[in-house]
Ligand binder design. Structure first.
Ligand code: ZN
Length: 501
């Protein structure tokens, strides 16, 4: 092993220990911790974050990274080691521009902001959260400005953190393509919606029974309970301490069957990615999924391409009916497939169907651009949000909880994150088209054999962790870089068939 790389490893190990502790605190806050704990936990988060900062931002690491960036040293590293150095350089550059004290204050603010946000959402009062959001935006702008090159846009820097190379120029054209294709398609689909009855979805579904079925579903898809756990939280999410400790959550609404079912499939898709990373990368900067777009491609592949297909439910639907004998007694597999794919413009992103979903993302993308260009003030956000929902989806929120307050992302200063959902859906469609040519996907689903599908994804995507940037990995797997045409074709074909257009 290269001697400079070997000298870097103890720093990575110590940093990993702090990151694990921080991830556990965050997991605890969102699952089990009492509300009153948040202020004190936030202080610990601040202290630990500052310590972690100093482990990486120090002369020794700077010196080692400099040495390792010379062509001679780089050449002596393996592909994975080169990726680790490249990813660490990026983190180092980002952190070292920020003064340690400000970094600590910001980490504390993020930890308390989650609680402020949750309370404001419960009371449906945006004004209770507006000041906190304002501060989060100020910090984000300031930190980005510290490292921005002359003329570089703050929002592009933020986007780059979640998906390298997907600038506003790339995304503007991507979303324009989606808008042009989807808006007329949605109109045609909605006009035929009366024929679909999905009243079965709002029956009486006890939380403990839902929880049991969802647990079964995660295992069916390949979730490894020796390496993972499942808990409950307000919003379903996945967190990974490393590939041997991956945690997902769900949320159960007793008057809604689909919500938890598809959250379980979605989060399991995320978990399979993290569990599938090669052990050689565990605990390194390359030991997790490549990007949020790639991450979402796996969760949305399972949720939509697999989980909403007839082939997937053919062996499973009898078991679902057995689980809810009264509620589903008169529902056929065809009714269920039509119901789970029914496209209806609505207010809530995470409840949205596959077809209208990208428009929810487009709205958030446009708002983030307006926030970071200074075009929209925080106080104007609820109004702008509602206007855009009316323009794109023809629906208007009646209150902040079902409008501007529905997503937790901004409370964690995750600005620039939302586009990865749409990027991920498009990558999922691209991978799906490729996979269907390589393996008998439909046969496996009908046989209830999900193993070859998970293995295919593990061999082609998961095992590499963050070694290859998104476009490089896509090209390596499918022979082509990111191409949204697959997504548009997939949605058009699927809904034309489903709705007999
Ligand atoms: Zn997700």
């Amino acid at each position: 092993m290269n001697k400079y790389f070997a000298q870097l490893l103890p720093y990575l190990e110590r940093n990993q220990a702090y990151q694990t502790a921080l991830a556990l605190l965050s997991w605890d806050t969102e699952t089990l911790a009492p509300v009153a704990a948040s202020e004190y936990t936030a202080k610990s988060v601040g202290v630990l974050s500052e310590e972690a900062y100093h482990i990486l931002v120090c002369e020794e690491v700077e010196d080692l990274l400099k040495k390792l960036s010379s062509p001679k040293e780089l050449e002596s590293l393996s592909v994975s080691e080169q990726a680790i150095v490249r990813l660490l350089q990026k983190t180092y550059h980002k952190l070292s521009c920020i003064p340690a004290k400000e970094y600590r204050e910001f980490s504390e603010l993020c930890a308390t902001a989650q609680t402020v946000y949750c309370r404001a959402k419960q009371n449906s009062k945006f004004e209770d959260y507006a000041d906190t959001l304002e501060k989060l935006i100020e910090y984000t702008k300031r930190f980005a400005a510290y490292r921005a090159k002359k003329g570089e846009s703050v929002y592009n820097l933020l986007l780059d953190e979640y998906e390298e190379g997907f600038t506003t120029e790339v995304l503007d054209s991507f979303f324009e393509k989606l808008r042009t294709a989807l808006v007329p398609l949605i109109k045609k689909v909605v006009a035929k919606n009366d024929a679909i009855d999905k009243s079965y979805n709002s029956g009486d579904f006890p939380a403990d029974i839902q929880s049991g079925f969802c647990r079964f579903l995660s295992g069916y898809l390949g979730f490894d309970f020796n390496r993972g756990v499942i808990a409950e939280s307000e919003h379903p999410f996945t967190t990974s301490l490393h590939n041997h400790d991956v945690r997902i959550t769900n949320h159960f609404y007793e008057d809604n069957l689909e919500s938890a079912l598809f959250s379980a499939i979605h989060e399991t898709g995320h978990a399979l990615y993290e569990m599938g990373v090669d052990d050689a990368l565990t605990g390194t900067p390359a030991g997790s999924a490549m990007s949020m777009g790639m991450h979402e491609s796996q969760s949305r592949f399972y949720e939509n391409m697999i989980g909403r297909s007839r082939d997937f439910w053919t062996p499973l639907f009898p078991k679902l009916k057995e689980t809810y004998p009264d509620e589903l007694s008169s529902v056929s597999l065809d009714d269920f497939i039509a119901g789970i794919n029914k496209a209806e413009p609505g207010l809530i992103r995470i409840e949205a169907d596959e077809l209208t979903y990208p428009l929810h993302i487009l709205i958030r993308y446009e708002l983030e651009k307006e926030i970071f260009s200074g075009e929209c003030k925080v106080s104007e956000l609820p109004k702008r949000w509602n206007e855009k929902y009316n323009d794109y989806l023809g629906v208007t929120p009646e209150n902040d909880a079902e409008g501007i307050l529905q997503d937790i992302h901004w409370a964690g200063a995750s600005f620039g994150y939302f586009p990865s959902y749409a990027i991920g859906s498009a990558i999922a469609a691209q991978l799906y088209a490729y996979m269907a040519q390589q393996i008998p996907l439909a046969d496996y689903l009908r046989e209830g054999n999900l193993v070859p599908i998970r293995e295919f994804l593990r061999d082609h995507i998961h095992k590499y962790g963050a070694v290859y940037p998104t476009n490089e990995l896509l090209k390596k797997v499918t022979g082509e870089e990111f191409n949204p045409d697959y997504y548009i074709r997939y949605l058009t074909d699927k809904y034309t068939t489903l709705y007999h257009l």
